[in-house]
Write a protein that binds this ligand. Structure first.
Ligand SMILES: Cc1cc2nc3c(=O)[nH]c(=O)nc-3n(C[C@H](O)[C@H](O)[C@H](O)COP(=O)(O)OP(=O)(O)OC[C@H]3O[C@@H](n4cnc5c(N)ncnc54)[C@H](O)[C@@H]3O)c2cc1C
Length: 386
């Protein structure tokens, strides 16, 4: 058992008991069929784990980001993939922080119970990518409604969500002082939008991750869907990113432990040249190095979560945790597949599946380069490059 520097053992044991009901074969079957693990996500929802961060007044558990990261870590550590459900954990944060009292009272209890799923957030666009403030989807006010036109790409879990956070431009770029102004956030009811101005095209991809292209053609949404003030949406989205990055870091840590456990067990048992392959230092060292790097990333993840929960600025730690954890899990993934030899490529070992899953976090929800750019500019004070 790998030691972990935290005091959430009771919580971990409860999560492990739930996750154990969904063994590797379950996740493998869904990966092969590219289907959504409905039963697993339902079980997590019923047990209240995905409502960890919703305040008790709204029917959630009122726990901190620290505990929420433990939930995500344990899902991935068990061989599952929190990417199927992490949106439900953090997308509600935009509503919680910036929504009106009525919006919160109406939506949050239903999100906490799982009656409503707020699993999707639509930011990325095909022609502008990481250059978010130049996004082209517009929402134009017409009386008591906004009319939305444009396109999004890579928007996850739409087919398993009732609500979606949408970032769209409400004031043309040419009319704002700063390009981060004039963007607004909306809570879109997908049940009312689909087929009535919004259409969805699934994207087949390397992971069993339900993600889509979205098309808006004069989609009308009620003006009450606006979250917070018109034109301030970019800041609202930024406010949620530290939590998202810390949660994803924890998923990578969970993957990292999974790879190290898996390859350590295999390296002890696989006999080649009359001895376990793990007796060779050429095999030991990459595994040991992965363990060292996951352990270090884990400390940064807990520091980011601690600062977030103490309402301190955690931008630096959240970004660094995401980068360190994504790199450490990828390093562990490579050691794991390498030392499984040919068997690393066989689906029944689950290594190739987890390898594909953890690779995503070099790119999404923010690429490694953009984190380094954040550190260079915002922490080191180097000149802005774009
Ligand atoms: C499976 C999956 C699920 C996703 N889910 C969602 C979702 O639910 N909602 C959502 O809004 N988005 C989602 N995304 C989108 C994801 O956030 C973006 O793919 C990611 O932010 C990178 O943007 P891009 O793909 O447009 O790459 P680009 O912006 O085109 O960048 C391409 C590459 O160039 C590099 N690059 C770009 N600019 C610079 C620079 N200035 N300096 C150095 N390097 C640079 C980047 O690091 C990157 O590696 C998802 C993506 C995937 C693959």
């Amino acid at each position: 058992m790998i030691p972990r520097p935290d005091s959430h053992q009771e919580m971990r044991e409860a999560l492990r008991a739930l996750c154990a009901e969904f063994p590797a074969e379950y996740h493998r079957k869904h990966d092969e069929a590219a289907t959504y693990p409905v039963e697993f996500i339902d079980a997590l929802t019923r047990a209240g784990w995905l409502a960890a961060m919703i305040p008790e007044d709204y029917g959630g558990s009122g726990l901190g980001l620290t505990e929420a990261t433990v939930v995500m870590e344990e899902i991935n550590r068990s061989g599952g993939n929190a990417g199927h459900c992490h949106g439900q954990m953090y997308n509600m944060g935009t509503l919680l922080r910036h929504g009106s009292a009525q919006q919160k009272a109406f939506y949050l209890p239903k999100i906490a119970s799982g009656e409503l799923r707020l699993q999707s957030m639509a930011v990325t666009e095909p022609t502008t990518g990481t250059d978010t403030t130049r996004l082209k989807t517009t929402a134009v006010r017409k009386g008591d409604r906004f009319v939305v036109n444009g396109q999004k790409v890579w928007i996850s879990r739409i087919q398993h969500s009732d609500l979606m956070i949408l970032l769209a431009r409400t004031t043309p770029l040419a009319e704002v002082r700063k390009k981060s102004e004039g963007l607004s956030v909306f809570l879109v009811d997908l049940r009312q939008a689909l087929g009535k101005g919004m259409s969805v095209k699934p994207i087949r991809n390397m992971v069993n991750h339900e993600t889509n292209e979205l098309f808006f053609d004069n989609l009308e949404i009620p003006a009450e869907c606006l979250i917070g003030e018109e034109g301030k949406g970019f800041r609202y989205i930024l406010d949620g990113l530290n939590a998202e990055r810390t949660l994803i870091a924890a998923e990578c840590i969970g993957d990292g432990w999974w790879f190290v456990d898996k390859v350590t067990g295999y390296a002890k048992e696989r006999i080649v040249f009359d001895r376990p392959i793990g007796q060779n230092q050429g095999v030991q060292f990459p595994i040991a190095r992965s363990y060292v790097n996951i352990s270090a990333a884990n400390l940064m993840r807990f520091e980011a979560a601690r600062k977030f929960d103490a309402r301190e600025d955690c931008g630096a730690e959240a970004n660094m945790a995401k980068l360190l954890a994504a790199d450490a899990s990828w390093e562990a993934a490579n050691a794991c597949i390498q030392f499984h030899g040919g068997f690393g490529f066989a689906a029944e070992y689950d290594v190739e599946r987890k390898f594909r899953e953890t690779r995503l976090y070099q790119v999404a929800p923010i690429s490694t380069n953009l984190i380094l750019s954040y550190v260079a500019e915002h922490i080191l004070g180097l000149p802005r490059s774009f």
